[in-house]
Design a binder for this molecule. Structure first.
Ligand SMILES: Nc1nc2c(ncn2[C@@H]2O[C@H](COP(=O)(O)OP(=O)(O)OP(=O)(O)O)[C@@H](O)[C@H]2O)c(=O)[nH]1
Length: 542
């Protein structure tokens, strides 16, 4: 059960949650980073205000001052994400690195664009480098939406997600290189094609980050997606407007406009977790569905991009399409095989548990819980063949005295030896030897009539005698057993309890009539000690 409390601790908001995601969150000071992002927020706001003032004065958005101001806002944002990451609990720090990489890549992209305006002839090369970084920006963004950041996920799945994200970046770079002005497949409308692709990717990323936010149980990760989605939505909208306006000459206000997403991200990081976000907690099924859905979107998106690229570079496009199909197939196959492994392991654990539940911990043979179901099965399974089923109830004679004279530990050891001797005897197929409780044992004999059961009982009494466990109080000087025997015709409606009660009563009689013997239940059953065996023990079994 997850719970969460927002409270003031030392003047700062703190968050407490237990996460049922793979990363277990504990009492975490999500607001303890407060001071730094707040200061960075002030800095970013100041830069943004100067940018807006310059725009108000009509300074061109492409001019050096607005460009440098924009880069400064970006740099402050990268710093804010890093500061926020530093204060997160360890399991969550890696996910923030991906957002650092995304914003950092944007900074380098903007930086190379600015640099290109300063270097004259080399500007073309640097412009191309800028294009590469515009593609590389997609890698962390794509990975953020593809990955569930679940530490239990196989490493190969992480690698496949990374490979798919890298494929998107590569295809996008190829698309831009080919269609940008001066590119091999440039046309008057090709710049619009690039813009449309960029918009589609930007808005899909924002939508997927939002979906991830609603499909994450850990509040830390939910907040991460909330911050990322805020940034991606505003950035997508700004890019959408900027790219279109750029075609007809940028008005000055587009300078501060593209900074809004960055300032918004710092605002999110500097403020406490919104209450609605901490109260929201998706169900397990929602989490599973979104976790399965996000990588499919990534793979299909990659496929679409590959198809687009194939229009001007057929080989590369088809290679990209094949790679996206193969990578996604690998992902599904690995996850499926892993879940089958987990299912098998769970089944095995279940079986072991069942076995342990049906085992007597002292002697290791079956316990009483196994007796009734086995008797019921035997009576049902033997019914079509019309066989009989017999039950022996076996009790060690004068065991209290044995314990008293030899000690309880020796008593335990004796119980183990008796159990193993009983279990080691040749018995009919599917027989069950169980410890019924205390010093009492039971043997289920399928397809065994009363005569055969008596022979087996006598064989067991002999085997016990041959064991020669010294018992000072026993008339024979050795440990002996008494057996009650009951037999019934197999029928599904026969109550196993009747057989148990019958054998128990017969055992009682065996005790009363002298011990060290077998007595059969039912009419005409007579108490008979094994031939030659004295039956002179006091009849004091109560
Ligand atoms: N060492 C040991 N003793 C046990 C265990 N379970 C039951 N006992 C002992 O078994 C003894 C059973 O005593 P009684 O029911 O009086 O039966 P008895 O002494 O065997 O006498 P009869 O059955 O009349 O021959 C008790 O002393 C129990 O403490 C066990 O797990 N270990």
């Amino acid at each position: 059960m997850g719970y969460l409390s927002r409270r003031r601790r030392g003047g700062r908001h703190a968050l407490k949650t237990d996460s049922s995601d793979s990363i277990v969150a504990i009492a975490v000071p999500i607001g303890s980073q407060g001071a730094h992002p707040v200061r960075l927020l002030l800095l970013a706001t100041a830069l943004f205000v100067v940018q807006a003032l310059l725009a108000g004065l009509g300074v061109d958005a492409h001019a050096p001052a607005p460009s440098w101001l924009f880069m400064s806002v970006q740099a402050v944002t990268v710093a804010a994400v890093l500061v926020y990451r530093r204060n997160e609990p360890k399991p969550f720090t890696p996910i923030w690195l991906w957002l650092t990489a995304a914003t950092g890549m944007q900074l380098i992209w903007a930086g190379t664009n600015v640099l290109a305006t300063y270097v004259g002839d080399a500007g073309d090369v640097i412009g191309r480098i800028a294009v590469v970084f515009s593609g590389l920006y997609m890698l962390p963004c794509m990975y953020i939406i593809a990955s569930s950041f679940d530490r239990r996920e196989p490493r190969v799945v992480t690698l496949v997600d990374l490979a798919l994200s890298a494929l998107v970046a590569a295809l996008l770079v190829s698309l831009i290189f080919n269609l940008m002005p001066g590119g091999p497949h440039a046309s008057p409308t090709s710049i619009l094609v690039i813009i449309q692709h960029a918009d589609a990717i930007d808005f899909s990323l924002a939508a997927m980050a939002t979906l991830r936010m609603f499909g994450t149980r850990s509040l830390h990760k939910r907040f991460f997606y909330f911050a990322t989605a805020t940034f991606l939505w505003i950035n997508a909208a700004a890019a959408w407007a900027y790219n279109r306006l750029e075609l007809s000459g940028l008005p000055p206000w587009t300078g501060p406009m593209i900074s809004v997403a960055y300032v918004a991200l710092i605002v999110v990081l500097a403020r406490p977790v919104p209450l609605w976000l901490s109260r929201y907690r998706p169900g397990r099924r929602t989490v599973q569905t979104i976790n399965a859905f996000a990588p499919v979107v990534l793979a299909l998106g990659t496929l679409l991009l590959a198809v687009s690229v194939s229009r001007f570079d057929f080989g590369l496009g088809m290679l990209g399409a094949a790679a996206s199909v193969v990578l996604y197939a690998m992902r599904v196959a690995f996850i499926q095989s892993r879940s089958q492994d987990m299912q098998r392991a769970a089944q095995l654990r279940n079986q072991n548990l069942q076995q342990q539940l049906g085992r007597d911990p002292l002697t290791g043979i079956a316990n009483r819980a196994m007796l009734e179901p086995r008797l019921r099965d035997t009576l049902r399974e033997g019914a079509p063949r019309g066989t009989s089923c017999s039950l022996l109830m076996i009790d060690i004679d004068l065991f209290k005295q044995f314990n008293d004279s030899r000690g309880h530990l020796a008593g335990d050891e004796c119980l183990c030896r008796v159990a193993h001797v009983l279990a080691a005897q040749p018995l009919p197929r599917d027989s069950l030897v169980a410890r019924y409780g205390g010093e009492e044992f039971a043997v289920v004999l399928p397809a065994t009539d009363a005569t055969a059961a008596r022979a087996i009982a006598e064989h067991l009494i002999d085997a016990m005698e041959r064991l020669c466990i010294p018992h000072p109080q026993s008339p024979t000087g050795y440990l002996t057993i008494s057996i009650g025997l009951a037999t019934a015709r197999c029928h599904p409606s026969t109550d196993p309890m009747e057989l148990i009660e019958g054998a128990d009563q017969a055992l009682y009689r065996a005790k009363r009539e002298g011990r060290n013997r077998c007595v059969a239940a039912g009419n005409g059953a007579e108490a008979t000690g094994p031939s030659g065996r004295p039956s002179s023990l006091p009849a004091n079994h109560a």
